[in-house]
Design a protein around this ligand. Structure first.
Ligand code: NDP
Length: 338
């Protein structure tokens, strides 16, 4: 089978790419420049490299931005759309986050609808941000929950990202309802994701947002004290997220479903404790040891129900300790390679 994977430079996409190649797919990744595409192809084992190529898709906001990329011979069987801005500082929330998130998914669905009739399924990387509904948390979250964020709140940079994911996912389901077509949709609503950094990364300064706190711990950024964990206390390992995408692409029962992909709980104190125990050489970079006991994990934290992801996608979630250790090792290896 042949897959179009958008946002190839991304942290999650880099693992989706590895997982797709492991499963024997041919993959075309979309990137914003030739240089980025070449870095990705070069990061792949030589034996598998013939199965990867890239297409340049510039500005998502342009009408028909994906038209050329979706038309190939042989045609694509599947599309995985991961590309979307994920950070927390926006100069212009509309231009820098909401537009690319929403026009990205609506644009690619439109291009598939018009030009790629062989596509059987589209998997969209949504987020737990489209599920969680602060401050009105239920006792247990599952796929039935939707974030309710107003257009007005969306313009406040604190809320822009979760609004972008919520509106983008809504847009995917609305498109699907209103356009008669042969492809189905599934969404992965993963929570805060840790895991090994992409081999194609060019600088730790450009590391994806959810790995920042582990990078900061390793680099001494919390020497003076553990940063507050809030507002996120759930994590998932990126390799589980990648497998979720691949299974959601092919499992017949995954069609038309969202999947809340969450592996467990964490706090920054627990991250520090794990790094201290497993990487004694980093002690000098870490917060004072007595801080580990002051865990800020809230006693009344809501629970999560990830049973659909286990039943339909067969996920077996990676433990926090393994996820953190593998992330730290990948950061140390990156630093050592200079
Ligand atoms: P990264 O920042 O590593 O990747 C983001 C990707 O999106 C990059 O490939 C980036 O391309 C691309 N991108 C961003 N903005 C644009 C734009 N305006 N036009 C074109 N491409 C763009 O983040 P992650 O891998 O963590 O995130 C990937 C997806 O997963 C996102 O949809 C995110 O919302 C979602 N997600 C992430 C979670 C996490 O904790 N990491 C949790 C839940 C969901 P470039 O390199 O060229 O900038």
């Amino acid at each position: 089978g042949k897959v179009l994977l958008t946002g190839g430079t991304g942290f999650i996409a880099s693992h989706v790419l590895d997982c797709l190649l492991d499963h024997g797919f041919d993959v075309v990744v979309t990137v914003r420049s030739h240089e980025k595409g070449q870095r990705i192809v070069n990061s792949i084992d030589e034996a598998l490299r013939q199965h990867v190529s890239f297409a340049i898709v510039g500005d998502f906001v342009k009408e028909g931005a994906f038209d050329e990329a979706v038309m190939t011979d042989p045609p694509f069987d599947y599309v995985v759309h991961t590309a979307s801005p994920y950070q927390m500082h926006w100069e212009d929330p509309q231009r820098d986050c909401l537009d690319p998130a929403i026009k990205g998914i609506s644009g690619i669905l439109t291009s598939i609808y018009r030009h790629a009739p062989a596509v059987k399924r589209v998997v969209f990387t949504s987020s737990s941000a489209a599920i969680l509904n602060p401050p009105n948390h239920p006792k247990v979250y599952d796929e039935s929950s939707w974030c309710r964020v107003t257009q007005e709140e969306a313009m406040d940079p604190v809320h822009t990202y979760r609004a972008s994911k919520t509106y983008a996912e809504q847009c995917a389901w609305d498109f699907h309802k209103s356009h008669p077509h042969d492809f189905s949709i599934a969404t992965i609503n993963n929570t805060y994701t840790f895991g090994p950094i992409p081999r194609s990364l060019d600088s730790l300064d450009r590391l994806n947002t959810s790995n920042h706190r582990i990078r900061d711990l390793v680099q001494g950024g919390m020497r003076g004290g553990v940063a507050p964990t809030a507002p996120v206390f759930t994590f998932v390992d990126v390799r589980d997220v990648a497998l979720a995408h691949v299974r959601a692409m092919t499992a017949p029962e995954a069609a038309g479903k969202r999947f809340y992909v969450v592996g467990g709980f964490f706090s920054n104190h627990r991250l520090a404790g794990i790094v201290r125990r497993r990487f004694p050489q980093l002690e000098g970079q870490l917060p004072p040891a007595e801080e580990d006991a002051k865990d800020d994990f809230p006693a009344d934290h809501w629970a999560f129900d990830n049973s659909r992801s286990k039943e339909v996608l067969g996920l077996q979630y990676t433990e926090l300790e393994k996820s953190v250790v593998d992330t730290v090792e990948s950061i140390l290896a990156f630093e050592a390679a200079g």
